[in-house]
Design a protein around this ligand. Structure first.
Ligand code: SF4
Length: 82
């Protein structure tokens, strides 16, 4: 069964029409953790991430986000699927 991540962040490199995320994989973490991590650290390293419990969805973020046409889009090994 096909699985989709739905996302409305349309200026992300991985976003696609219909609010579908086309990233090969993503990592969601806490805002407070994500701010400390470099762009190279992403879903490929998910098993090494610390657990980051939060109080609400407002404190979580998609670490995989990268703006369209940003040079950082190729530094983490995540691929945009067709
Ligand atoms: S990588 Fe994250 S922010 Fe970008 S489209 Fe996918 S879920 Fe949304």
């Amino acid at each position: 069964m096909a699985q989709h991540i739905h996302c409305s962040v349309s200026n992300c490199h991985y976003w696609s029409q219909g609010n579908v995320c086309k990233a090969s994989e993503i990592i969601v973490t806490s805002d407070s953790k994500a701010v400390d991590l470099p762009d190279q650290v992403d879903a490929k390293m998910a098993a090494q991430f610390q657990e980051t419990p939060t109080g609400s969805c407002m404190e979580t973020c998609c670490k995989t986000f990268v703006a369209k046409d940003a040079p950082e889009k190729s530094v983490d090994g995540i691929m945009k699927q067709s």
